[in-house]
Design a protein around this ligand. Structure first.
Ligand code: DQA
Length: 149
């Protein structure tokens, strides 16, 4: 069964109470549960993680080599700042989907630039928690004819 690493960046542990008018009312635990369930339905094993630390996210990306078949990443604020996450993702050979709950292009101008987009196969944003399921559907197509990272 393909293994999908879902990585979540800083402050996403606060989902549910963090700006719910932007990010919705689902907690990250809710999103993990629906992602794992959807993974079962479409035949993918989900490894779901969150960190507030840039270095830890980078260690997880590096650790995906040979261990994951695809990466879905919501880098949160690091999307707009992290050359280090971009460089780590460049070393990954499996499909990568960039994901955001909110539509970053309808928000402040500093959110319009992403360091991750150039290395992502695709970008899903603006669909709230449902975006995680859309990303899983999208990555399952991409991994079907690919080797591990
Ligand atoms: C986010 C969008 C980012 O701009 C923001 O810093 C986040 C969450 C999203 O999921 O909409 O923390 O990645």
């Amino acid at each position: 069964m393909p293994k999908i690493l879902i990585l979540n960046g800083p402050n996403l542990n606060l989902l549910g109470t963090r700006e719910p008018e932007i990010y919705g009312h689902d907690t990250l635990t809710d999103i993990e549960a629906t992602s794992v369930q959807h993974g079962k339905t479409i035949g993918m094993l989900i490894d779901f993680r969150q960190s507030n630390s840039e270095g830890e996210l980078i260690d997880w990306i590096q650790g995906a080599a040979g261990a994951a078949d695809g990466i879905i990443i919501n880098p949160a604020a690091y999307t707009h700042t992290s050359v280090a996450i971009l460089d780590a993702l460049k070393q990954v050979d499996c499909p990568i989907i960039e994901l955001h709950l909110s539509n970053i292009f309808s928000r402040e101008p500093f959110r319009h630039h992403s360091y991750v987009s150039p290395v992502a196969n695709g970008l899903i944003c603006g669909f709230g928690a449902h975006g995680y399921l859309l990303a899983l559907d999208a990555i399952s197509r991409l991994v079907s004819d690919k080797e591990e990272c």
